[in-house]
Structure formats: C-alpha cells, structure tokens
Design a protein around this ligand. Sequence first.
Ligand SMILES: Cc1ncc(COP(=O)(O)O)c(C=O)c1O
Length: 221
Amino acid sequence: MPPIYQVSTYKQDGVGGLRGGYEYSRSANPTRTALEQCLTALESGTRGLAFASGMAAEDCVLRTVCSPGDHVLVPDDAYGREPYRVVRPGVRGLGTEPRRGSRSRTVAAVRARLAARKSKLVWAETPTNPLLGIVDIRALAAAAHEAGALLVVDNTFASPYLQQPLMLGADVVVHSTTKYLGGHSDVVGGALVVTDAELARAPCLHPERHRGAWPARSTRG
Ligand SMILES: Cc1ncc(COP(=O)(O)O)c(C=O)c1O
C-alpha cells in the first residue's frame, strides 16, 4: 500500500531541484497521485484528479468549462438538485436549464433542448440519487456531441465496477468518492476523470491547477 504522506513541503535540492517531482502538497502529494492513478485506471481514463468532496469536483468542472452566460443542461433529479444549485443563475452567473420529464424521454428531451439553445455541457447522473433514474449514456453522449456540448456523467452510484461512462462516450466522469468508492463512510472525497487528450491538458487538471479556461472540445467521437 502507498504510504500516507502527511507533509506540506518536500526536501528539494535547490530552487527547482525537486526530488521525485514533489514540492508542495497542495500542488501534488504522492498519496493523492496514487489515488488519482487508481481512479483513472478504474474509469479507463487518461487523467484523474482527486478532490476534498464530490461537490468540489463538480464545482471544478462547471467553473472551468463554463463562462458566464453559457448554458448547461442539468437533470432535475441529479443528487437532490445539488448540481443545479451550483450552476443556477446568480450563484455562478451561468444560465442553466434543468431537464424535466420522464426518464424514458430524457435523450429525446435533451436533443430538443440542445436544438433550441446551444449548451456547453450536458450533465447526467445515472443512476440518480435518490430516485435511481437511469439514462442511456451512449445515446446521450451522441446527442451532446452532435450539438457541440460535453457530456459529464456522475458515476457515483454505479461506480466503475458496474459502469464506465468514458467508454460509452462521456467526456468527464464525476464521483463523490464519499460513497461506494470510499466504502466505509469514513471519509469525504471527490474525483474527476477524463479520457480526451485535450481535456486532460486543461489547466484545472494539471497538478498546479492554475487558473485558465478549459479548451473547446476536440473532435473525438
Ligand atoms: C450522486 C452524488 N453526486 C455528488 C454528491 C456530492 O458529493 P459529496 O457529498 O462528496 O460532496 C453526492 C453525495 O451524496 C451524490 O450522491
């Protein structure tokens, strides 16, 4: 098992002379790196990032991908409406439109809404907490990409053991690792995993987490 590195700052051989690539634990910490590599492998992604909570991970995607005025489609039953609360106008200055309607009509409803108004992101949670609604990830990814939007899937409830959204076309996977990935109700955490090379290079997914815009979607898929 990788040890838990309970340090803030690492020994260095002068300015820029890092030993093993670590300098300061906010930027990178070997324990967190091990967790991120594990989550990336479990989700079949190319880059993963661990957070102090699931909501912190959600906040990072939304604020990095979207600019004020951008439109986001959020399902009305996603995690007790928390993502909607994060993106609602006035909180982040982002225009949002929660999807409504029965689960069976979700992809069709999303297509109609995407045709009516350009969206930057389509948000999905499948199964949802707590109503256990499900959606066809592959169909939703196709609908989002045809409209030039990214698909974010909250995979907290299924876990990568049962479902790997990136393999079905999603661009970003979000987790509250507080739940099944943690497994013992003893720690709060969150994660993002991406597969797209361009997304993997986005500033928010670099260890330094510099400010900067998430680049536009690549042509993948
Ligand atoms: C599906 C889902 N997404 C996100 C969250 C938020 O995660 P956290 O409580 O770790 O911030 C939760 C928490 O219950 C959840 O169930």
